[in-house]
Design a protein around this ligand. Structure first.
Ligand code: AMP
Length: 505
């Protein structure tokens, strides 16, 4: 049997009534998960689909999505989670690249504009309630077969399908067990859309340990009043989100350890965790464990981790992303000296590295390089490393610009801005001239609540003046634009690409 499935099945057998999914009024048990996914597996196997062909699973963050994920794996097919907020073009692009044999549709959408057979929600619901539950487990997804394929959210170009095998996922799950010690007592928050691999941080380490997934779905997150209600009443003991999502929740007055004494662990991934956010968290949740983790989808969710303690906050202005998993190797490419540090692109190799992009040998060859018989993935992230092996994120290679001959890391400018008391969040972007050269950088700034009513001209002068104290002149943004909020991508990260597009439209 597939090893992930095996672990979840054992929980369903020993503790069938344990709640695995909780979302508002909806709860479901491990028995429900196991028996309903058996039925889906049986239904899929009866269709005699081409062996190993992937299946698109379309929907939101409902329990039935998890049932279908496990059903697909049991039946022998990798799944491609596609969020029901995706537009038709994206669905068509994914369909063209992946050539799936089936779409399981847990939504009300009925026109996908694709030839692939689609099974509608009504039929799926009746399968889940049927008495068909025998399937051939010898056909289930094997150790090196794809378990899931997540399509990148690139705003331009064709999306790439990152293939993650059972073994990639198992290695990640074992690492999470060792680092964060999920148990059957754990209630882990599940907030990220299932098409974003941050959701995997909750789902599989949670389900293989008999934990309860505390789901905060996007319908709840869209409505501030509902979100506040859900956050203040959450039963989660472990928080998992992007820092941007957490920042949003900091608006809620009672979001603290007095209201939520059981919420003791916070794990962040997906974008830079700023010093200010970490500091606020440790003040509001005194004694809580806070972890910064880092990793691209191509490396199965996360590959570095560090606990951010008050000591770490004292030591570093820009927080480290942590230590690499012990069973992985890394190299720095195109290393340059910067402020006395060696900074280069992070290349990683090891059991969490994907075999490449589905049906896309050109992009696979570009990003995955064989060095001395090992496959190294080019992360596109610049890092530096200290003598203990602690890694520091220095920005994406594609957010590095040249202006008047100077190389500027846009994220470094934001990091400097975020250290100022006045700045809550910022996102700096380049403004190009007609020759496609950068001639200005513009910082979009959300001011801290205390400074909301200030004169913008005066505030602009003040911030530039403060930046001058410890920043090279050429890195000071030419224009400061004060905004109420920054654009957030579907995955809950600050959407720099969208702002670049807006500024240069
Ligand atoms: P994704 O593949 O969508 O999960 O995005 C992965 C990218 O997010 C990485 O390559 C980094 O650029 C960024 N990222 C993830 N975690 C962190 C972190 N802790 N700090 C800074 N950037 C991060």
């Amino acid at each position: 049997m597939n090893k992930i499935i095996d672990r979840i099945t054992r929980i369903a057998q020993t503790n069938p009534d344990k709640v695995c999914y909780h979302n508002g009024d909806v709860t479901a048990t491990y028995r429900d998960l196991d028996s309903q996914s058996d039925k889906i597996a049986s239904f899929i196997q009866e269709k005699f689909l081409p062996q190993g062909s992937p299946i698109i699973i379309f929907g939101g963050q409902q329990f039935e999505m998890l049932v279908m994920f496990l059903g697909a794996i049991k039946s022998g097919h990798a799944y491609i989670p596609v969020d029901d907020g995706s537009d038709s073009d994206r669905i068509k692009q994914i369909n063209n690249v992946a050539k799936p044999s089936l779409v399981l549709n847990w939504s009300d959408k009925d026109d996908f504009g694709i030839e692939t057979p689609i099974i509608a929600k009504d039929e799926l619901a009746s399968v889940m309630n049927s008495d068909h539950d025998t399937y051939d487990a010898t056909l289930s997804v094997g150790p090196d077969d794809n378990f899931y394929i997540i399509f990148t959210s690139g705003t331009t170009g064709t999306p790439k399908g990152v293939q993650i095998s059972t073994n990639n996922l198992l290695d990640f799950v074992d690492w999470v067990d060792a680092e964060y010690k999920y148990t059957s007592q754990t209630h882990v928050m599940l907030q990220a859309p299932f098409s974003f691999d941050l959701s995997v941080f909750s789902i599989y380490p949670g389900l293989t340990n008999g934990a309860t997934l505390e789901v905060l779905d996007k319908e709840t997150a869209k409505n501030l009043a509902k979100l506040q209600q859900a956050i203040i009443n959450t039963e989660a003991t472990t928080w998992i989100s992007t820092p941007s999502f957490f920042e949003m929740c900091l608006f809620f007055k009672d979001f603290n350890s007095e209201t939520l004494p059981n919420l003791k662990k916070f794990i962040f991934c997906g974008e830079e965790l700023t010093h200010v956010t970490a500091d606020k968290l440790l003040k509001r949740f005194e004694g809580a464990e806070l972890y910064n983790t880092y990793g691209p989808t191509e490396n199965t969710v996360a590959i570095t981790s560090i606990q951010i303690t008050p000591q770490i906050l004292d030591l570093f202005d820009r927080l480290p992303i942590g230590y690499l998993k012990k069973n992985m190797e890394h190299k720095l490419a195109n290393v340059e000296e910067k402020d006395g540090e060696k900074v280069g692109e992070l290349l990683v190799s090891g059991p969490d590295v994907s075999k490449g992009y589905l049906n896309n040998p050109v992009q696979t060859e570009k990003a995955f390089e064989s060095i001395e018989g090992k496959t190294f993935y080019h992360t596109g992230d610049m890092v530096s490393e200290n003598e203990d092996g602690l890694l520091f994120y220095k920005g994406r290679t594609d957010f590095q610009i040249k202006m008047h001959g100077y190389r500027i890391e846009l994220e470094e400018v934001d990091s400097l801005l975020s250290n100022l008391e006045e700045v809550k969040q910022s996102c700096t972007v380049p403004l190009y001239n007609s020759k496609k050269q950068v001639n200005k950088i513009i910082a979009h700034i959300v001011l801290d609540e205390k400074y909301q009513d200030v004169d913008e001209k005066e505030m602009s002068r003040q911030i530039k003046e403060e930046l001058k104290q410890n920043t090279m002149e050429y890195m000071i943004p030419n224009i400061l634009k004060f905004v109420k909020q920054l654009p957030i991508s579907k995955n809950g990260k600050i959407d720099r690409k969208a702002l670049i597009g807006e500024v240069n439209a």
